[in-house]
Ligand binder design. Structure first.
Ligand code: GAR
Length: 211
């Protein structure tokens, strides 16, 4: 959907996912209902054949592509995905449960133009099963992080974080569910901030302009 307040063409998102796709669907819904203006989803790409998120994108009538990563070298696979993103004239990439490391060449092709969401308050608990790691560690505050992607895992400059208390009644499942609800809010907000262009990255710090 074009931004009614801007003459700029919509920013074209490329969504990369490997599974359920709830973060992708949250972004899609934000665009549909006007919470996220000036942005459109150009392509949804998955590296996993049975990814529910890919089927959901197809059902919504979006352009989708499957590039199976299993059994292929990272460089070869990433080159195919990059070509697909370019073919669809993608401006900004959102990793939405994309469970695969990007090659340095991929990251260099979209400098500060790749976002990732991670279900912990980074730098705590990078990697897999972050919610389980946080619960087992016994943290009292958990949450999620949206950050730019760099060459290290779950590492680039942080755009925003949302925190929640860990409740005495929580188990790993309930904690993960409550973090996920925050992720869905956070990703829309982060895309809006990046799409606005009204920010600077100072070292590792994402700073809104005029603040
Ligand atoms: C989300 O919790 C996301 O933060 C996590 O995978 C899940 C995908 O869910 N990503 C990572 O752990 C990346 N390090 P979704 O497919 O429903 O969006």
């Amino acid at each position: 959907m074009a931004n009614p307040h801007s003459d700029r063409p919509p920013l074209r998102l490329g969504i990369l996912l490997s599974g359920r796709g709830s973060n992708f669907l949250a972004i899609a819904e934000s665009i549909r209902c006007g919470r996220l203006a000036g942005v459109e989803i150009a392509i949804v790409i998955s590296n996993v054949a049975g990814a529910a998120g890919l089927a959901a994108g197809r059902d919504l009538g979006m352009a989708t592509a499957l590039h199976i990563s299993k059994g292929r070298s990272r460089d070869t696979h990433d080159a195919d995905v990059l070509a697909c993103l370019r073919e669809h004239r993608v401006d900004l990439i959102c990793l939405a449960g994309y469970m695969r490391l990007l090659s340095p060449a991929f990251v260099a092709a979209f400098p500060d133009r790749i976002l990732n969401i991670h279900p912990s308050l980074l730098p705590a608990f990078p990697g897999l099963e972050a919610q389980e790691q946080a619960f087992a560690y016994g943290v009292k505050i958990a949450g999620c992080t949206v950050h730019f992607v760099d060459d290290e895992l779950d590492h680039g400059a942080i755009i925003l974080q949302r925190a929640i208390p860990v409740l005495e009644s929580d188990d790993t499942h309930s904690l993960a569910e409550r973090i996920l609800a925050e992720e869905h809010i956070a990703y829309t907000e982060a895309v809006r901030m990046v799409a606005s262009g009204e920010y600077e990255i100072r070292g590792r710090r994402f700073v809104k302009r005029n603040t």
